[in-house]
Design a protein around this ligand. Structure first.
Ligand SMILES: Cc1cc2nc3c(=O)[nH]c(=O)nc-3n(C[C@H](O)[C@H](O)[C@H](O)COP(=O)(O)OP(=O)(O)OC[C@H]3O[C@@H](n4cnc5c(N)ncnc54)[C@H](O)[C@@H]3O)c2cc1C
Length: 266
């Protein structure tokens, strides 16, 4: 059995600048880390592998520096690392990202289970996992809260449906996206990291993937048009209202109405 865990390298800081012309995050030179939800995805993969003897493949799409997140995956129990990297993949929106990752998974071949984090801390759309399942034509369960049962045919999971939870069975091949609360992720193991020194990271470029539709990858293959990306301005201006209680309440009421925080009384 083969499990692919999709891991994304994200900025380790909230202070990230955006290129004012292209609207793309300026990621060069900033500290990075594994998306926290993907640490949980790795932990879930490890628990499933412990029961089924599955092999764990960590997969990331990103620049060459994303190799670091694969090394971290080795220290968390991954057996194989896959880097999907090519200038042709750059500037991908969610749809192009999902298509590219799904195509890489087809190239890895014979995959039974794909585990993604529920969302990332940078793009934050929570759509990559479900869209990958759609591209691959396999079932998925998103927002998995707990792994209730694991066997060699499939999984029983508790799924968050926002107002209710559902207990669902899903058979392989399938994809799940996991909530951060599913497990407390293990700390990276120095022993595993040391043992992984000679592990090979497989690099896949666009030309390594048979049948890849080049019109569906990278910036040109991205239907999303971002008009503007900007950091929200923070305002620390304060206004102190003074006077007796009636004056202050009238003034406050007028401000709340003006800022449309409350509706005019009927
Ligand atoms: C027009 C446009 C241009 C963009 N250009 C760029 C750009 O130039 N550079 C850039 O970095 N971003 C760019 N982005 C952002 C990029 O599209 C998203 O970061 C990407 O689609 C992943 O979406 P997400 O972070 O919302 O993932 P989510 O759906 O929130 O992630 C869910 C899970 O999917 C998996 N996953 C997501 N992304 C990856 C990945 N890359 N590798 C492995 N697993 C993954 C992880 O398991 C993750 O936990 C652009 C977005 C748009 C709309």
């Amino acid at each position: 059995m083969n499990i692919v865990v999709c891991v994304k390298q994200v900025p380790a800081t909230q202070k990230v600048d955006v290129d004012p012309v292209t609207g793309v995050l300026l990621r060069n030179g900033i500290d990075t880390k594994m998306n926290p939800f993907d640490l949980v995805a790795m932990e879930a993969a490890k628990r499933i592998a412990d029961k089924t003897g599955a092999k764990i493949h960590a997969l990331t799409m990103g620049p060459n520096s994303a190799i670091e997140v694969l090394k971290e995956s080795f220290a968390l129990g991954a057996d194989e690392g896959w880097l999907l990297s090519d200038r042709k993949f750059a500037g991908a929106d969610v749809l192009a990202t999902a298509y590219s990752l799904a195509s890489a998974i087809k190239a890895i071949g014979d995959v039974d289970l794909i585990i993604c984090g529920k969302q990332t801390t940078d793009g934050d759309t929570a759509q990559v996992g479900p869209e990958m399942a759609e591209v691959l034509g396999i079932p998925h369960i998103s927002w998995a809260l707990e792994l209730e049962e694991i066997d060699d045919k499939g999984l029983i999971l508790r799924q968050d449906l926002t107002t209710k939870d559902a207990i669902v069975r899903i058979d392989y091949p399938c994809l799940i996206t996991v909530e951060k609360t599913m497990y407390q992720p293990d700390l990276p193991s120095y022993r595993l990291l040391k043992a992984s020194k000679d592990k090979k990271i497989h690099t896949l470029t666009a030309s390594d993937i048979d049948g890849l539709d080049h019109t569906r990858i990278g910036l040109d293959g991205s239907p999303t048009q971002v008009e503007k990306i900007f950091a929200p301005s923070s305002n620390t201006e304060t206004q102190v209202l003074e006077g007796d209680i009636d004056t202050v309440s009238d003034e406050l009421y007028a401000i709340l109405k003006k800022t449309k925080l409350i509706k005019e009384e009927a």
